[in-house]
Design a protein. Structure first.
Length: 336
């Protein structure tokens, strides 16, 4: 993964850590040089060298504390999990939670939602001021980064993923400022990266190291697995990205597919559906939205392959309960 440092003012915590590292390095260099100078006198030289070695160990430990942690794939079993596709009108937000408290939030809805329902949902499912282990902004459109700045302010967000391609919008700038003013770790994942967080194993399929320079097609596309269940989350990637992923990746199969671009006709191609072979599909869109999402052609492609589709515009918030053996049940906010 690419750990990108934004050219912004360091937080107070980062400043303190940087000063401590600088001080430790200075002491180590001084002790080493002085130790060489008095090396002929066994006792003084040895004492200083031992001190330098001890300081070196402290310095390495501090560096490791600041560095991103890489973990092996966790084979933890026997945990239930819940996936909530939140009804945030014409936007997208998915909350994933496991029994052990691990929480992943993918996107934060639309900024124009004056009711700020994303905050109400998080207060309900996580609790005000609660922990979010991983916050993924699939891309920087306002209907996906929505109230991300408030979430970073009011929740304990451990790590944030963004696709690394800048935007000129004020909403994006507010999100960057919120990241800078928090203690969260900032990451820019690329295709081929993997990441373990609690019982969840994430595989990144997009974006590629070479930017497509298209806000939607540079979306972070991930496959998230736990127990025997797998979900694929497409962001706003189009069928051209889907084709690239099919040609470069293996084992795309998933139980659940979040349709690309709110169910648009330009995503969720027949080739993509067959490669994933999902048991259910979900789209996130608002009622009577001006984009006419979901697209009838995309829904038809799923219907022809006998894959049931749920959507927030007709079902409200969609909750999936995943059992310890990977079996799942679906509950919708609105009755059909």
């Amino acid at each position: 993964m690419v750990y990108r440092k934004k050219k912004r003012k360091l937080t107070k915590k980062q400043q303190k850590q940087q000063k401590k590292i600088t001080l430790l390095v200075s002491i180590i260099l001084f002790s080493f040089i002085f130790g060489l100078f008095v090396g002929k006198n066994d006792n003084p030289g040895n004492t200083l060298i031992e001190k330098a070695e001890q300081l070196k160990k402290e310095w390495i430990a501090l560096i490791q504390e600041r560095s991103p942690k890489v973990s092996e794939k966790n084979t933890t079993k026997n945990q239930k999990a819940q996936i909530h596709f939140l009804d945030v009108e014409q936007g997208s937000s998915t909350l994933i939670q496991s029994d052990d408290g691990t929480t992943i939030l993918i996107d934060t809805g639309r900024y124009e939602d004056k009711d700020k329902r994303i905050m109400t949902y998080l207060d309900h499912y996580i609790g005000t001021g609660g922990k979010i282990d991983l916050l993924i902004f699939t891309h920087n459109d306002s209907d996906h980064i929505g109230y991300g700045d408030l979430i970073l302010k009011y929740y304990d967000v451990k790590e944030v993923w963004m696709n690394g391609y800048d935007s000129t919008s004020k909403i994006y700038e507010r999100v960057l400022d919120a990241i800078e003013n928090s203690s969260t770790r900032y990451v820019e994942p690329k295709s081929g990266d993997t990441h373990q967080i609690g019982p969840f194993y994430l595989e990144v399929f997009n974006p590629t190291p070479k930017a497509r320079n298209n806000p939607n097609d540079d979306s972070i596309v991930t496959k998230i697995s736990f127990n025997e269940f797998r979900g694929l989350f497409s962001g706003d990637a189009s069928s051209s990205v889907e084709k690239d992923i099919i040609e470069t990746r293996e084992n795309l199969n998933a139980d659940l597919l979040l349709m690309g671009h709110h169910g648009s006709n330009t995503s969720t191609s027949e080739e993509w559906i067959k490669a994933i072979s999902p048991e259910i599909s979900i789209y996130s869109a608002g009622i009577n939205n001006g984009y006419r999402h979901p697209g009838p052609e995309a829904i038809s492609r799923l219907d022809e392959l006998n894959i049931p589709t749920y959507g927030t515009s007709k079902d409200g918030t969609i909750s999936i309960e995943v059992s310890k053996n990977g079996m799942f049940t679906i509950e919708t906010e609105k009755e059909e």
